[in-house]
Design a protein around this ligand. Structure first.
Ligand SMILES: C[S@@+](CC[C@H](N)C(=O)[O-])C[C@H]1O[C@@H](n2cnc3c(N)ncnc32)[C@H](O)[C@@H]1O
Length: 185
């Protein structure tokens, strides 16, 4: 049976990440991805621009007795300012905080800049998973900008795929970027 996008990405991340690796959740939100990454990696750096999102994430982690997470109240554009460690995997779940302010959604230009920055600091052989939500206008803008960005990525630096339902209109789907172990010609 075909996997739904979320279980597909979580299974994929679990294949890449080992318990000695460090990971990034670029959009903490309600903390579900942070919790998942915390369970499979040594340490997670989780970002969000909203205090409310970080509080929800903190509450979930406390409830689950998870302590290997650093919560960072800043835009994911600034990831390189906060992280000076090797990162094996990063997750971006685009859109707005469920039940929160819909205007505080991820935005195309910041998302592309953050993914570009993340790729710079990612370990060779690491992956970035970006869950795209094209069902609202800003999500469509992000889809367009991200697709243009990844199509232009040097193929000797990274491989890029997407896992997209084609017969369900505007269904969310992941774009996956794998940084190559060695730069090829
Ligand atoms: C769809 S939610 C994330 C869901 C979350 N991963 C989870 O598992 O519950 C998107 C989050 O991205 C945050 N966000 C928006 N722009 C951001 C930015 N520039 N940097 C970091 N987080 C941002 C929003 O505040 C929101 O909480």
């Amino acid at each position: 049976m075909l996997k739904r996008s979320l279980s597909f990405t979580h299974d994929l991340l679990a294949q890449y990440v080992e318990k000695t690796d460090r990971t990034v959740d670029a959009t903490a939100g309600n903390g579900k991805d942070t919790l998942f990454l915390a369970r499979i990696s040594e340490h997670v750096f989780a970002f969000d621009i909203q205090k409310e999102a970080l509080e929800r994430t903190r509450a979930l982690l406390e409830k689950e007795s998870v302590t290997n997470v650093t919560l960072i109240h800043d835009s994911h554009v600034n990831i390189p300012l906060h992280i000076h460690e090797d990162i094996k995997a990063a997750v971006f779940t685009l859109g707005y905080l469920p039940g929160g302010d819909k205007f505080l959604t991820t935005k195309a230009s910041a998302t592309v800049e953050a993914v570009e920055n993340m790729l710079e600091i990612l370990l060779p052989g690491g992956i970035i998973v970006i869950m795209v939500y094209p069902g609202h206008q800003e999500g469509k803008n992000e889809e367009e900008a991200l697709t243009a960005f990844v199509k232009d990525l040097d193929k000797s630096l990274a491989d890029v795929v997407r896992y997209q339902p084609l017969n369900r209109k505007d269904a969310p789907y992941p774009i996956i970027i794998e940084k190559r172990k060695e730069k090829t010609t």
